[in-house]
Design a protein. Structure first.
Length: 163
């Protein structure tokens, strides 16, 4: 009887803490706001981000998806939507959210968007795309370079050969 196959290496991911960009913190809309500081975006983000913080990823995804058309170009909506979809094993949906987040070009979130997109790509079976993305992160020598280089080494290792 053969021993069970060694599972493939999966890129690790953890739920990142919620952080807000300066753009979100200083957002001013044209409509009157129900909030004290006049920031309706933050008021509208709260239910989705509260669900995200509470690990209720289905509700977070639903709440954030409802905001995409109302607040186009808001990195927080797309990034936390993508991470929520990762936790729901909706890898195609996560990739779509990370693509849209990447198109915004927010440098504050750029490293995390690339990392979580690589995770979604690998878990969806697009290992070559994940590897390419990790090579970019590793080669950039930014704050995420070390974990990307380590993950890249793990992805390129041949599978263990049980004897």
């Amino acid at each position: 009887m053969l021993p069970p196959a060694v599972p493939p290496f999966l890129l690790p991911f953890e739920k990142p803490d919620v952080r807000l960009s300066m753009s979100a913190l200083t957002w001013r809309g044209s409509a009157p706001s129900a909030t004290d500081d006049g920031n309706q975006l933050l008021a509208d983000l709260k239910p989705g981000l509260d669900a995200y913080r509470g690990n209720d990823y289905a509700t977070a995804n639903r709440q954030l998806t409802a905001l995409v058309s109302r607040y186009p170009g808001t990195i927080e909506i797309l990034f936390y939507q993508g991470v929520s979809r990762l936790f729901l094993n909706d890898y195609a949906g996560a990739i779509a959210a990370f693509d849209a987040a990447d198109a915004i070009g927010d440098r504050t979130f750029a490293g995390d968007v690339s990392w979580y997109r690589a995770v979604a790509e690998q878990r969806s079976g697009n290992v070559a795309q994940a590897r390419d993305r990790l090579e970019g992160i590793c080669g950039a020598r930014g704050p995420d370079a070390a974990r990307a280089c380590t993950a890249l080494e793990q992805l390129t290792k041949p599978p263990a050969n049980p004897q």
